[in-house]
Design a protein around this ligand. Structure first.
Ligand SMILES: [Zn+2]
Length: 68
């Protein structure tokens, strides 16, 4: 077992279904703002939906999921 530490990793290692293995991903969190939705009084609590985007640095596949 080597004790070599990873030279600073720019991103996170996550599973990519396209690469079929764990690859480096660039992860960003976005607040999706919806505007122009006049009937959204009821939906106001849903108007800010944080989305977590992870982009595979190898193949560029973007995984998006809503953070609850
Ligand atoms: Zn990939």
């Amino acid at each position: 077992m080597s004790t070599r530490t990873e030279p600073h990793v720019d991103g996170r290692r996550e599973y990519c279904s396209a690469c079929d293995e764990r690859t480096l991903h660039e992860v960003t969190i976005e607040q999706t703002m919806r505007h122009g939705d006049a009937t959204s009084e009821k939906n106001r609590k849903f108007s800010k939906v944080p989305r977590r985007k992870s982009r595979c640095k190898r193949c560029g596949t973007v995984d998006e999921q809503t953070v609850v």
